[in-house]
Design a protein around this ligand. Structure first.
Ligand code: SAM
Length: 337
């Protein structure tokens, strides 16, 4: 892939755009805008996009990462909750024919529906970098001027999208600098739905990324590590210093690259039971399994003891020492009585 050089990802450009639209970053929405060009292009590259791909971006903000994604030629659909940012995005990335902006909450929009619509829209259009000059000019002359016919049309059709849930088969990737206040709910929401999601590249707080890749035996290992490793192969691609954002958050971040597994890593006949066992085991993480597993539906000590024997696991152990395979063994041998 050619070198991507997004122009919005600069401190002075971001400041100028925010000033032009009389906007301030909203802390309640986790708005920390990326202002480091190299970080933005590395995230886009880590997503491994080709013009045949479709990528879902969560929280485009003022279009910083959106621009880098557009430049790969992939079909891009970006979901932004903050209504104030829609006119900004029309100016900054509206000229890219392969970008679609949807105003809404990522936890509520119908993901398969928007993926399908962006694919249909982009089918006959040219790769994003063909419109670079227009975008560069827009960013340079940004002033909040009235929307053009094209942008107005894009906006109307975007806002008409419904918020129903459905399932569709078009494979897609996710790339996002996630709002920190709902990082884990968003990732779990994406993974738990049976969506054809192939790759997830997300910027999260460094500590959260460390918990997601943690192995049994350490303090970082918990229910979220088990879930992430059950659904994906998560890796930390690189660390991003707090100074790469405007405003700078209190802590450093990490870019997590997660390849979606096509086959689960362990044999689990019932996923719901598996995750119930994991939740019960970690519900009181300092306690031994003989105690914590009682939370799996009010079991007696005798019932838990018999269950642990069936699974071949020592009841004196704590949840944080159990591998995915051992949680799976507990799920396989669990009986409701
Ligand atoms: N992508 C931009 C960047 O890298 O500079 C902005 C990232 S900022 C950390 C997170 C973005 O997510 C903000 O623009 C915020 O408004 C948006 N956001 C917050 N909650 C959201 C939600 N539930 N659904 C969609 N977007 C959301």
């Amino acid at each position: 892939m050619e070198d991507i050089q997004p122009i919005i990802a600069r401190r002075e450009v971001t400041t100028r755009i925010l000033q032009a639209f009389h906007l301030r970053a909203d802390k309640n929405l986790g708005q920390n805008f990326l202002v480091e060009e190299s970080v933005v292009s590395h995230i886009a590259k880590a997503t491994e996009l080709t013009p045949e791909d479709t990528v879902l971006e969560i929280g485009p903000g003022i279009g910083t990462l959106t621009q880098a994604l557009a430049m790969t030629g992939a079909s891009v659909v970006s979901v932004e909750l903050d209504k104030r940012l829609i006119p900004v995005l029309q100016e900054t990335v509206g000229a890219y024919k392969n970008v679609r902006i949807v105003q809404g909450d990522i936890l509520k929009v119908n993901i398969p529906e928007i993926i399908e619509s962006v694919k249909a829209n982009c089918k006959d259009t040219e790769a994003g970098n063909k419109t670079d000059r227009t975008v560069a000019e827009n960013v340079k002359t940004i002033s909040g001027k009235p929307e053009t016919e094209d942008v107005a049309q894009m906006n109307r059709s975007n806002i008409e999208l419904s918020e129903k849930k459905a399932v569709s088969g078009i494979p897609f990737k996710v790339c996002a600098n996630l709002p920190y206040y709902i990082t884990t709910p968003i990732i779990m929401y994406l993974l738990e739905q049976k969506l054809p999601l192939e790759r997830l590249v997300v910027m999260v707080q460094k500590e959260v990324a460390e918990r997601m890749i943690a192995q049994p035996g350490g303090r970082d290992y918990g229910a979220i590590s088990v879930a992430m490793q059950y659904y994906t192969e998560p890796k930390i691609a690189f660390i991003v210093k707090a100074g790469s954002f405007l405003p700078a958050p209190k802590v450093d971040s990490a870019v997590l690259v997660c390849k979606r597994r096509t086959v689960p890593p362990v044999d689990v006949p019932n996923e719901k039971t598996f995750f119930k066992v994991v939740a019960a085991a970690f519900s009181v993480r300092r306690k031994m399994l003989t105690n914590s597993l009682k939370n799996m539906g009010g079991l007696t000590s005798e019932q838990v003891k018999a269950w642990l024997e069936r699974a071949g696991i020592d009841g004196k152990r704590r949840a944080e020492t159990l591998s995915l395979e051992e949680f799976a063994a507990l799920a396989r041998t669990w009986k409701a009585n």
